[in-house]
Write a protein that binds this ligand. Structure first.
Ligand code: F6R
Length: 242
């Protein structure tokens, strides 16, 4: 089932998304949260930090598993997703750092790292709430458009459009890694609940395609139409075409 929650603007939609996560942790303090990087969730993370600072939110029993990491970057690199998570959330709340998980971009053996990550998620008993952003090309995590929905954690070659979109975080496009480790569609679809955040008119077309178009691996997010509990949170611009 899909529920759509609309915020007036980015700040409003970020508060709505943060409240869903707030509610999840309140209901189940030892939740396993699947987390995402990218621009869109930053406002929600800021709001969660505010709730924590006011004493209303306790992360001490939460475990997190992030969707993805660039292959080749280690956590000291300020472009890595581990660095992003530390900076935008983990360092500001009382989550136990040892209970935060991001694929290890420095592990050169892709098969080994992907298996480790799948086992980790399984041993945690699965993900209670998975936060997602939506790529311009319909990707979720780094599951890029392709011929099949890949099930487990895998190593991907990033699409040219993704490398281009993400070059805004690097000094030049040549510095953007071309591969990443990402949870698969199976990992994501096994989550109890999915919260997907979208912002800006640049996402309006892909939101329509993903949630109201055909279910196809060419639009990886379209598989979310088959999930039993999805909350799509967007601002007016991103939801303007649905
Ligand atoms: C991030 C991730 C990506 C982003 C997507 C949207 O961990 O896996 O799928 O969620 O690229 O990014 P933004 O929010 O920057 O538009």
């Amino acid at each position: 089932m899909l529920r759509i929650l609309k915020g007036n603007d980015y700040g409003d939609m970020s508060r709505i998304a943060a409240n869903v996560i707030f509610a999840q942790i309140t209901m189940k303090p030892d939740s396993v949260l699947g987390l995402a990087t990218g621009s869109t969730p930053i406002g929600a993370y800021e709001q969660l930090i505010k709730y924590y600072e006011k004493g209303n939110l306790d992360f001490s029993h939460v475990t997190s598993v992030n969707l993805d990491e660039y292959r080749g970057l280690d956590e000291a690199s300020d472009q890595s997703y581990r660095y992003f998570m530390n900076k935008h959330l983990f360092e500001h709340v009382n989550i136990n750092m040892e209970e935060t998980n991001v694929p290890d971009g420095k592990e050169p053996d892709a098969a080994k790292e992907c298996l480790r990550y799948d086992n980790l998620i399984e041993n945690l008993g699965g993900i209670d709430l998975q936060l997602l952003g939506l790529g311009n090309n319909g990707h979720i995590g780094f599951n890029e458009p392709g011929q099949v929905f890949e099930k487990g954690t895998h190593c991907v070659d990033l699409a040219e459009s993704t490398i281009e979109a993400n070059s805004r975080f690097f000094n030049s496009i040549d510095e953007v890694p071309t591969q990443a480790y990402t949870m698969g569609i199976g990992n994501i679809m096994s989550a109890g609940k999915i919260l997907i955040v979208v912002s800006g008119e640049g996402k309006a077309d892909i939101v329509k395609k993903a949630f109201f178009g055909p279910i196809t691996p060419q639009v990886p997010a379209s598989i979310l139409q088959l999930h039993k509990d999805v909350i799509l949170v967007g601002d007016e611009a991103a939801l303007s075409k649905i």
